[in-house]
Design a protein around this ligand. Sequence first.
Ligand code: C2E
Ligand code: MG
Ligand code: MG
Ligand code: MG
Length: 288
Amino acid sequence: LGSAHDSRHGVQTNPYLFFHPELLKQAEYRRRLEDDLRLAVEQRELKLVFQPIVDLRTGLLAGAEALLRWQHPERGAISPEVFIPLAERIGLIGEIGRQVLNEACRQAAHWRQDGLDIYVSVNVSASQIPEELPPESILETLRRHGLPSQAIALEITEGVLMGNISVVQNWIAQLRAAGLRIYLDDFGTGYSSLSYLKRFPMDTVKVDKSFIMDMSDDHTLVDAIITMTGSLGLTVVAEGIEEIEQLDLLRAMGCGYGQGYLFSRPVAAADFMATARRINTDMARSAA
Ligand code: C2E
Ligand code: MG
Ligand code: MG
Ligand code: MG
């Protein structure tokens, strides 16, 4: 074929090329995205948005989940479902996680000063535990912002519980002993959720939004999760509530807390106060 001498066209025509050009493109894309992510972290371009968590019994705002956003200068918004795994792979998750916790604490302290007594929950990746986010450094961050321990909750997924059992148990136990709440996120999507709840004592489970979305067809599963976790003394947050019918069903089942587009999409910190006020006045109106 004689294409080897023409290096400019080698990628397209060389039959000995190991990678399919499409794959090569993907690897190249990924490498660029990784470089861009490093830069974005250095330049603090990642931003948090906050989504209300509502007490379904009173209708009042209880907390806010901090969710990370990356607005890429050329590629637009990139989902955390894409860049968080990428950050884990290239060893950036530690730095990102510390920035997220710090910023979440800063906001929580700010809102408390303005009289909004809510907690902020922070997502933690399996690869942050324990070295990248030791309990002492979490507590130190809270102290630095003058926050009580109940001002921050930490959301972990079952992936965390697949790590070294005693190390993870210690991490959870130390934080809970200090007064922080630990939430099990995306509950029901993993393998053996029930046994995990016995082995790793926690405070709250967040029922994955896929179950809430399926509720109009069948709500026996959600009902069972609420009953079961309630009998274990756990609080439940339902994720992904979009319809009033879902809310009514969840309330009737005794679900304690909820989160979803029905109440509010995640909003920028600057807009959160107005969102909080709207949620709390809606409630006052419906109670009147
Ligand atoms: P998650 O922690 O389970 O967060 C809930 C996701 O559901 C968020 O997606 C939120 O925007 C979305 N959501 C909330 N209400 C509704 C609704 O009513 N309908 C629908 N369709 N979706 C709803 P988001 O922000 O894209 O985050 C995706 C995932 O990325 C998170 O899932 C979490 O696992 C991860 N993530 C986000 N921020 C961070 C972070 O700071 N650190 C780490 N380690 N992971 C993060
Ligand atoms: Mg979460
Ligand atoms: Mg979730
Ligand atoms: Mg999720």
